[in-house]
Design a protein around this ligand. Structure first.
Ligand SMILES: *[C@@H]1O[C@H](CO)[C@@H](O)[C@H](O)[C@H]1NC(C)=O
Ligand SMILES: *[C@@H]1O[C@H](CO)[C@@H](O)[C@H](O)[C@H]1NC(C)=O
Ligand SMILES: *[C@@H]1O[C@H](CO)[C@@H](O)[C@H](O)[C@H]1NC(C)=O
Length: 500
């Protein structure tokens, strides 16, 4: 080797080392959360609804096919923002209703707090639904530099208003803390994506960006501009057709947003996560076929989520992951990507899954508590000698095994409706049933057709014991009565904080 050659080699080593350092700059994070988006509503799961942008992005990234969320809205968002199970935040039961004085507790930093602490500029656009009865619970006081969106759930896509409780109605749209007058001609999917695009186009910070976009789409009410349903004239069922249009609008919005990131030279440095918050609502156009059950149940149709990750930072692009992942995992995973530290949090229930997603490593997660809900009406009889009160609504995953106890809720398999008629006459009243223990091997039977609880009584006991161990760590469930002081009538017409 000549001296010159040696010199070149040394230069190469130094510069590639330097490149690694440059590469280690934390990426922008774009986290897109869809609302009530079903398992069978995305193109790559074989849906009749076309999602070209989601298909392309997920195809270039890593599709998560063993990924779990919670069966309803507030619970998933609370676990995303805290990295902690509902049994550890007191939000085990239901959602936070607009008039309820309840919120994600302030005893542990949120994901946004941590991203900000790690040097990010932090932005929330769209739905909050983690409590607002005091100003200290609004997104701007939970780690977000900016917020543009709404605090409750299931509002109108145009008027941005919703009624809750006993005829309490109000508008629900804010720019940071400030209530703003909704434009009734603006469809929320376009409005929120426009806000994200504005933030991206005007981005002049040297900090990496954490963008949390929680779409209103594709939750009820079923509303969409007709240009999105035109191409779905062949879908006979009215709800499904409207829903397909809502999905098309969301998919287009995501295309627009990625284009803006590209145009501003930010896309190559962005890691994008896409996730639903829970299974599809079959009463409002959603579908989870071939999974069992739907939104609000502990069956796979309620909590086996659609999700993927996109980004140059992924080492194995264009792959499908079958490793067990859960919504609580985003907290340590994203703080890890940000180069932050997990100091100062209450014990996390999530795992850093970056190697799992990026490199196809084995998931560190063996156990996944779907939930234990102490307030849900108990079902059936307690089994003699059971370590866990099996009348209680609960579900737990351990490796490939899943146990469900109590009343799991909506329990049938619902195909896509093919006629004008909606298939809602489903005989699915689970409230009177006595059976209250099911056991499945989810890897072999992802659609929960074969209950194995009689075949493997020892596994049932083992799983009940694990449930009991987790239950011992639970904090009391917080579910206060509706507070009439929340009435927007007393608050200038908007839903907002009513206590100081
Ligand atoms: C996407 O961008 C186009 C072009 O600006 C716009 O007309 C359309 O409304 C946008 N779609 C959504 C859903 O925001
Ligand atoms: C960056 O953006 C902020 C907020 O939009 C603005 O106030 C500031 O003047 C901008 N700075 C530069 C250097 O453009
Ligand atoms: C974590 O540690 C950093 C550095 O010491 C500190 O600034 C930050 O406040 C800590 N975070 C929490 C949530 O305790």
């Amino acid at each position: 080797m000549t001296v010159q050659r040696v010199f070149h080699v040394i230069l190469f080593v130094i510069s590639s080392h330097f490149a690694n350092i440059v590469e280690a700059k934390p990426p922008h994070i774009l986290f897109v959360l869809a609302d009530d988006y079903g398992y069978n509503d995305i193109g790559y799961h074989g849906s009749e609804i076309r999602t070209p942008n989601l298909d392309k992005l997920s195809g270039e990234g890593v599709r998560l096919e063993n990924y779990y969320v919670q069966p309803i809205c507030t619970p998933t968002r609370s676990q995303l923002m805290s990295g902690r199970y509902q049994i550890h935040t007191g939000l085990q039961h239901g959602i936070i209703w607009a008039p309820q004085p309840n919120a994600l507790p302030r005893d542990s930093p949120t994901l946004a707090d941590k991203m900000r602490e790690s040097g990010y500029s932090t932005h929330a656009v769209g739905k909050w639904h983690l409590g607002f009865y005091k100003e200290e619970y609004l997104p701007n006081n939970r780690g977000f530099d900016t917020f543009y969106g709404y605090l409750t759930g299931s509002e109108d896509y145009y008027t941005k208003s919703r009624c809750s409780g006993r005829n309490m109605c109000g508008k629900d749209l804010r720019d940071d803390f400030k209530p703003i007058e909704p434009n009734p001609n603006e469809y929320s999917t376009e409005m929120y994506s426009k806000r994200v695009i504005d933030l991206v186009n005007n981005y002049n910070s040297t900090k990496p960006m954490f963008m949390y976009l929680a779409f209103q789409a594709v939750h009820a009410p079923l509303e969409v501009p007709s240009r999105y349903t035109d191409k779905y004239a062949h879908i006979k069922n009215h709800n499904r057709r409207t829903y397909a249009g809502m999905v098309a609008a969301m998919d287009e919005a995501i295309g627009n947003i990625t284009t803006a990131f590209q145009a501003n030279g930010m896309w190559d440095d962005t890691v994008m996560v896409f996730s639903t918050d829970n299974g599809g609502q079959i009463l409002a156009g959603g579908n989870n076929w071939p999974l069992r059950g739907w939104k609000a149940s502990l069956w796979e149709g309620g909590l086996h989520g659609v999700g993927f990750v996109h980004g140059k930072a992924l080492q194995r692009k264009g792959t499908v992951s079958h490793e067990l992942l859960h919504v609580t995992d985003w907290y340590p995973t994203l703080v890890g990507l940000a180069g932050g530290s997990l100091n100062g949090t209450k014990p996390l229930d999530g795992f850093n899954q970056w190697k799992t997603i990026s490199e196809g490593a084995k998931s560190p997660r063996e156990i996944l508590l779907h939930n234990i809900d102490p307030l849900f009406k108990p079902a059936g009889d307690k089994r003699e000698g059971s370590p866990f009160d099996n009348r209680v609504r609960a579900a737990l995953r351990w490796r490939d095994w899943k146990i469900i106890t109590g009343n799991p809720g909506n329990s049938t398999w619902v195909p896509v409706p093919t006629s004008e008629e909606d298939n809602f006459n489903i005989d699915d009243d689970t409230s009177k049933q006595k059976k209250n223990i099911w056991l499945f091997n989810i890897a072999k039977d992802p659609v929960e057709r074969t209950d194995l609880s009689d075949v493997y009584p020892e596994m049932v006991n083992k799983m009940l014991f694990k449930l009991q161990q987790l239950n011992k760590t639970a904090v009391p469930c917080v579910y206060p009565p509706m507070d009439p002081r929340s009435n927007p009538e007393h608050l200038g017409g908007w839903w907002g904080p009513w206590e100081t």
